[in-house]
Design a protein around this ligand. Structure first.
Ligand code: ZN
Length: 244
């Protein structure tokens, strides 16, 4: 079995379509795992949801998904994010809203727990350091974890005996064997990467227990134009080209 791991699509249909095309070029996958924040920031939330729903997939909810349907307030979001969320609320169909409300916060699949933020705090925690990874391994009921939220491709490993936690560079196109040990993995963001590389980011995991990160160029200018035309905050268009 092969699985595509997609996180933080954020209403960026052009990036999502480029990633889906890239997956097809690589022989396709059996299922798509979506790690939350399907909507928010980007100019095409409804169409992203339509595309996702047509794929064989499973998904969990992110903080932006919850805010877009009113499950959490907007006070925890910066002004640009909050403005985009208010706009997003108006653009979602009834089907989109019930779909997002119905998503779980946490799932278990194969050897993974799947969350948006962290095993300890599935919605809000940004897991970006070795110390937080170390703490979070103790909250895991599965060997490993897939998560999003920080929009940074990251891979942490804990030794089999639980004695140490290390950071492993998670670089494009290099397969990482998930053999002995436990792992916390972030595939980066499809729709708004923040590691300085503006290309869409995702991963493929296969039943040989290898996970590989891929980066995909897409037409960023086209998305920027949509953001401006829909009167979304201009800063959201600028950050896309810088990958921040
Ligand atoms: Zn996000």
């Amino acid at each position: 079995m092969r699985y595509a791991i997609l996180a933080d699509i954020h209403g960026n249909l052009d990036a999502l379509n480029a990633v889906l095309k890239d997956i097809e070029c690589r022989g396709g996958v059996d299922q798509y795992w979506c790690l939350g924040d399907i909507v928010g920031y980007g100019p095409e939330p409804h169409l992203c949801m339509e595309v996702l729903r047509q794929l064989p997939h499973l998904a969990i909810k992110g903080n932006h998904d919850m805010a877009a349907v009113g499950e959490v307030g907007l006070s925890a979001f910066n002004p640009d994010a909050a403005q985009a969320l208010l706009w997003t609320r108006e653009k979602l169909s009834d089907e989109d809203i019930s779909y997002l409300i119905g998503l779980p916060q946490k799932l278990q699949k194969e050897s993974f727990t799947i969350v948006h933020g962290s095993p300890r705090e599935p919605i809000w925690e940004y897991l970006v350091s070795i110390s937080s990874a170390r703490e979070n391994f103790s909250y895991l009921e599965t060997p490993s974890c897939l998560l999003g939220h920080s929009h940074l491709p990251l891979l942490f490993k804990q030794k089999e005996d639980g004695s140490g936690c290390s950071f492993i560079p998670f670089k494009e196109g290099i397969g990482q064997i998930l053999g002995k040990g436990r792992f916390i993995i972030n595939p980066g963001s499809v729709g708004q990467p923040r590691d300085g590389d503006p290309r869409a980011s995702y991963a493929i995991y296969d039943s040989q227990a290898v996970i590989k990160l891929y980066r995909v160029p897409y037409d960023i200018n086209a998305v920027q134009l949509k953001i401006v035309r829909k009167n979304l905050p201009v800063r959201l268009s600028v950050r896309l080209e810088h990958g921040v």
